[in-house]
Design a protein. Sequence first.
Length: 92
Amino acid sequence: MDVRPAVRHRVPPEYPDPARRTGTQGRVVLRLLVDEQGRARHVSVLEATPGGIFEQCAVDAVTRWTFTPGTREGRAVPTWVHLPVRFDLDRR
């Protein structure tokens, strides 16, 4: 791998209403494959804190993100990445 993938366009995740009402914040770490066209594929949840609240919102958002694909020897290649997504009410 010469160049790792990078986020090109980020869509903010929806903040679940129950979490917003209770002031709950969290973090989800996703594993995904950035394909040669810069799309997120095979997205799965590695960890979530707290569990059961933010996972689907994180997956839904990241599948709409675009990336600059990783390259090897000047050619775009599919690349597995781990990506944290934060849910922070102070940032909204």
